[in-house]
Design a protein around this ligand. Structure first.
Ligand code: CA
Length: 616
């Protein structure tokens, strides 16, 4: 901020001589790094009449290749080249009018950290904990209201800001590590200077700045360090489809085609399946991609080449700046799909092991599978998106445990979805979940039945995929179904100074909450150590009589999972599973803690899951 002020002052002083005001307000990305495989970098330069200036810089290896202007004199786009041997340092970019310098910018090229390119991303060995930063914990009440931010904190309003922040997350990292999750997906933390609903973070008004009500960029970098110190990983939530209507560029767009416009406000039809639909009409396809997500969410035109570069570089900037271990991309099918494919490709060129999960919200495996990297799509499309969320499996879980067992109903729903994994190029790298910030909490969709919630969690933690758990599940946060987004995203009890209950501590939990915490904690800590779950194959048996049995196996470990979805206790003869069990005599019941001496008959109470580590 200070830097901008100095630049502005300098520009204004020098410009007394000219009638026309020239200013430099910002350059984005604000810095870059040496040593990327792509030597190119495109800078967005913004300031009053900045396009009137001549730009120069003198730095060995760092050069201006091309300068582009748009119809708006307040923008310049500089195509830079960073030659392979370029050293890190400060490069002064100078802006001149009639040979007089009217503005300067000290552009920093940093060294990348050792191992930056080969960082390991999140994998099926991880369990992701999703939390909404405004609703998790308020670690710093001094940032609840900030001058210049148009929405203040009002905890009484379910749709308002509640004051949670980065400090609140940092304060509870030990809690999360002890719980046993290994990666954090935090809903967007970037600035959302919007008058309403700014708490959720999906209306970004500055792609390079953490919202001051959450903290600052430095706090985010430190949070990442503290997460890594505990052996955990950080996944950043990104949004390329839209920005917030309060974004700084909305009053002065670089060009009219920066956003997709309509004669009057026009919503997307939200039919994500239309993108892969071979029979889609032009009007439907157009409406889906170019329609706006909401009044306050202008639809970005990623076909504008400058915006495309802007967004791609923005994500690389955050990976490098905050040492990210992964990205979650919001509304993934809504931006133009060719651009999204190029984005995935460019990320993988810099970080070959980097994992990205896209929100492709559709209920059929074939529709979702279209979006996973290397899918054999009839139209030849390759998303370059490594991972997708398993919405079909989530949807199946909302029915499987609730409805009566029948030929086509009950636990069979889970089997039927997994039996379609043939569609996915890499089903192990799919993120499974029982709920998230956009749907009813699992406990609510399971009719407030803790046994069913436990089944859903045991299932996603042992079947294929990378499980994701929504914050508060471990202490039975519940709201009642269909009460709206603001309510689903309720405050974690104990996260605010003065909260009457503190569920972060054992003594703040009631008996049922203690039981749930214990169940999940046992499962998570065990999962951390089990290679068969991390990298093993899956084989399952067609559900019968409300019983679903599957095995996860690799060379050293074999895990057997049995689910009893009946309303009564069942004793199961295991002869049918002999292709696995023939090599094993005993096992350990992971949740019960006991040894099982005889695997031939197993008894499971109603609506329970048994997880057995088999022993020879
Ligand atoms: Ca706060």
């Amino acid at each position: 901020m200070m830097k901008h002020l100095v630049l502005l002052l300098l520009a204004t002083l020098s410009l007394g001589l000219w009638a026309q005001e020239v200013r430099l307000d910002r350059i984005e990305p604000p810095n870059w790094w040496t040593g990327f495989s792509n030597p190119g970098l495109q800078l967005l330069v913004y300031g009053k009449n900045i396009a009137e200036t001549e730009v120069s810089l003198n730095y060995p290896g760092f050069t201006i290749k091309k300068i582009d202007t748009t119809d708006n004199p307040n923008y310049l786009f500089l195509d830079m080249t960073i030659a392979p041997e370029t050293k890190s340092g400060m490069a002064e970019i100078q802006f001149r009018i009639k040979n007089k310098i009217v503005a300067r910018y000290a552009y920093q090229l940093k060294d990348r950290d050792e191992g930056s390119a080969l960082r390991q991303s999140f994998t099926p060995a991880d369990v992701i904990y999703l939390l909404m930063p405004d609703r998790f914990s308020n670690g710093d009440t001094t940032n609840d209201n900030i001058a210049g931010m148009v929405q203040n904190t009002n905890r009484a309003d379910p749709d308002g800001r509640h004051g949670g922040d980065i400090k609140g997350i940092a304060d509870h990292l030990d809690y999360l590590k002890e719980l046993g999750v290994t990666a954090l997906w935090i809903n967007p933390l970037l600035e959302n200077n919007q008058t309403k609903y700014s708490y959720h973070g999906y209306s970004i008004t500055d792609f390079y700045t953490i919202d001051p009500r959450f903290g600052n960029n430095d706090d985010y970098g430190k949070l990442s360090g503290a997460i890594h110190q505990r052996g955990m990983k950080l996944i950043m939530d990104m949004v390329f489809n839209h920005c917030g209507s309060g974004h700084w560029w909305m009053n002065d767009l670089p060009s009219p085609d920066w956003i997709n416009t309509w004669p009057e406000f026009t919503r997307s039809n939200y039919r994500a399946g239309s993108v892969s639909d071979p029979y889609v009409s032009t009007i439907d396809s157009n409406l889906f991609v170019r329609g706006w997500f909401d009044y306050t969410m202008p639809d970005l035109n990623q076909h504008n080449p400058f915006l495309k570069n802007y967004l791609i570089q923005n994500s690389i900037w955050w990976i490098e700046f905050a040492h990210l271990d992964g990205i979650r991309q919001d509304t993934h099918p809504y931006p133009f799909k060719d651009m999204m494919s190029e984005w995935g490709k460019r990320i993988s060129e810099e970080y070959p092991n980097f994992n990205i999960v896209g929100e492709c919200w559709m209920n059929y495996p074939a529709s979702v599978a279209y979006w996973q990297k290397n899918a054999l799509n009839r139209d030849g499309y390759n998303s370059n998106l490594p991972s997708v969320f398993d919405f079909p499996l989530y949807d199946a879980m909302t029915r499987a445990f609730n409805e009566p067992e029948g030929w086509n109903t009950g636990i069979l729903r889970l089997y039927e979805i997994l039996a379609q994994d043939n569609s996915y190029p890499n089903p192990d790298n799919i993120v499974t979940f029982a709920d998230n910030h956009d749907v009813n909490r699992c406990l609510d969709s399971q009719n407030n039945d803790i046994k069913k919630l436990k089944m859903a969690l045991a299932f996603i933690l042992t079947t294929r995929g990378i499980p994701q758990i929504f914050y508060g599940t471990e202490i039975l946060l519940t709201t009642g179904a269909d009460k709206g987004h603001g309510t689903i995203r309720q405050d974690f009890p104990g996260g605010w100074p003065g909260d009457s209950l503190n569920a972060f501590a054992m003594k703040g939990r009631n008996e049922m909450e203690k039981e749930m915490y214990q169940y999940l904690n046992t499962l998570l800590q065990w999962r951390k150590t089990n290679k068969a779950i991390h990298t093993g194959q899956l084989k399952h048996f067609i559900p019968s009589d409300g019983i679903y049995t599957y095995f996860r196996f690799h060379s050293e470990e074999v895990v057997m999972v049995i689910m009893n979805n009946n309303d009564e206790t069942k004793t199961i003869e295991t002869k049918r599973y002999s292709e696995f069990l023939k090599n094993f005599k005993t096992g350990k019941d992971i949740l019960g803690g006991s040894e099982i001496g005889d695997l031939s008959l197993l008894t499971l109470p109603s609506k329970t899951t048994m997880i057995i580590e088999l022993k020879r």
